[in-house]
Design a protein around this ligand. Structure first.
Ligand code: AMP
Ligand code: GLY
Length: 420
């Protein structure tokens, strides 16, 4: 069994780490991966090879998969999905656990996602779409603040402004529609919702929707949920503030209807459908959908998964009914980021060897030079603690974080605050 994982972050590290534990004894290739991922071989004995092909070089990836007779490909980053890697692989008979670009529009286009939810009655915040600043400003004057402004396209988690004042909202509109900060595009303006957020990752093919355990991310850069939005600064699972009945409700009334809606729209989904949900006083509502594993949610959800991930994905691709099992333990992980992130950040920070830790470390942005690991990105390391309770998992995680600490790295000290 030969597996290709596409991507280079902590999420792909976790996917490859979990797949490496499969009873099918796979051989794993990661394109392009990062230097921290070869640690998987030491931990599991599974051969892991980094392949120097960019995640956006669809044609080269396909050539590689054909030549090396890859049995199963899993895709991490949204950009590769938007390049339609799923169709490129499927047309030559390669098995890939990923949605087509058409289905991935549920993430790549907020307008597509919003229209789909409106048409099929899937609960989400009320919204309007604008491409012209003057019209958007008129709507803002009518609605007032708080209001949420989102760039309609991929902006690496940074295209969302939760504006508490009309002035903030107006600045965001100018930024996105007049100064074209993320390129020429549209914005979605939506109703401000309140309540705890959670990430519900589901494995989907057609009508089959298989929920994994939920996780909670921490999107703001600093303690107390302050500072700019980031790709995510920490995560944990389970999420006790969200009752199981609400999760079940969300699976039945949000995730399953969405999978059916995508079939009805002619773009059936295959891969990970991720609901970014908020538990409002009126029940769960969709904040956003992603068409891929979340990062860093994956790094706490996959350690909780007891079942064989390779077998699960193959069975789902074969339209077999599956029922994954999960460990009882709690997992909590903390991102260690380069100072300055999510703005311009310090580069090439020398890192301690994660292999020296008892805790599992997933490498988000690292590289190796002469046997020494250095940071290679804004989010650098993800240290995962575990325990019988979230409190224990939190203590365990921060013990690991302290061992990896460096003056040029920062991290939030309150990951899991809603739970412990
Ligand atoms: P998104 O990229 O759409 O997930 O938005 C990033 C973050 O902005 C979310 O995780 C929420 O914390 C916040 N957010 C997005 N939409 C809303 C909304 N309608 N009401 C309140 N907060 C929101
Ligand atoms: N952690 C949020 C995301 O992956 O989009």
């Amino acid at each position: 069994m030969k597996i290709l994982v596409i991507g280079r972050g902590g999420r792909e590290h976790a996917i490859a780490w979990k797949m490496a534990q499969s009873a099918m004894k796979p051989e794993i290739f990661i394109a392009p991966g990062n230097a921290g991922m070869t640690e998987i071989t030491r931990q599991t004995g599974t051969p892991v090879t980094l392949v120097n092909i960019d995640e956006n070089a669809t044609e080269m990836l396909r050539e590689f998969a054909l030549q090396n007779r890859i049995d199963l490909t899993v895709v991490g980053p949204e950009a590769a999905l938007a390049n339609d890697i799923a169709t490129a692989f499927a047309t030559v008979g390669l098995r890939i656990f990923a949605p087509t670009a058409a289905a991935a529009q549920i993430e790549s286009s907020k307008e597509f996602a919003k229209n789909l939810m409106r048409k099929y009655g899937i609960p989400t915040a009320a919204y309007r779409t604008f491409d012209c600043y003057e019209d958007a400003k008129t709507y803002l004057d009518e609605k007032g603040a708080p209001i949420v402004i989102k760039y309609d396209g991929l902006a690496a988690g940074k295209g969302v402004v939760v504006a508490l004042t009309a002035e903030e909202a107006d600045n965001a509109l100018k930024d996105m529609l007049l100064d074209n900060r993320f390129g020429k595009g549209k914005v979605v303006m939506e109703e401000f919702l309140q309540g705890p957020e959670f990430s519900l990752l589901t494995l989907v093919k057609g009508e089959q929707v298989v929920p994994l355990v939920i996780a909670q991310d921490h999107k703001r850069a600093y303690d107390g949920d302050k500072g700019p939005n980031t790709g995510g600064m920490g995560a944990y699972s389970p999420v006790p503030v969200i009752p199981q009945a609400q999760i079940d409700w969300a699976v039945e009334h949000i995730m399953k209807p969405t999978a059916k809606a995508l079939i009805a729209e002619g773009c059936p989904f295959c891969g990970v459908l991720y609901g970014g949900l908020m538990l409002t006083k009126d029940g769960p509502k969709v904040i956003e959908f992603n068409a891929r594993f979340g990062d860093p949610e994956t790094e706490v959800v996959l350690p909780k998964l007891k079942s064989d991930l390779v077998q699960l994905m193959l069975d789902i691709l074969d339209n077999k009914e599956v029922k994954p099992e999960f460990h009882e333990d709690a997992f909590l992980g903390v991102v260690m980021a380069a100072k300055g992130y999510p703005g311009s950040y310090i580069k090439n920070i020398p890192l301690h060897n994660p292999a020296d830790l008892q805790q599992q470390v997933f490498c988000m942005g690292v590289k190796e030079e002469n046997g020494q690991l250095f940071s290679n990105g804004g989010r650098v390391l993800f240290v995962v603690g575990s325990g019988k309770t979230l409190k224990e998992a939190q203590q365990d995680a921060y013990q690991g974080v302290e061992k990896m600490a460096h003056p040029d790295l920062f991290y939030r000290k309150d990951i899991g605050w809603q739970a412990v």
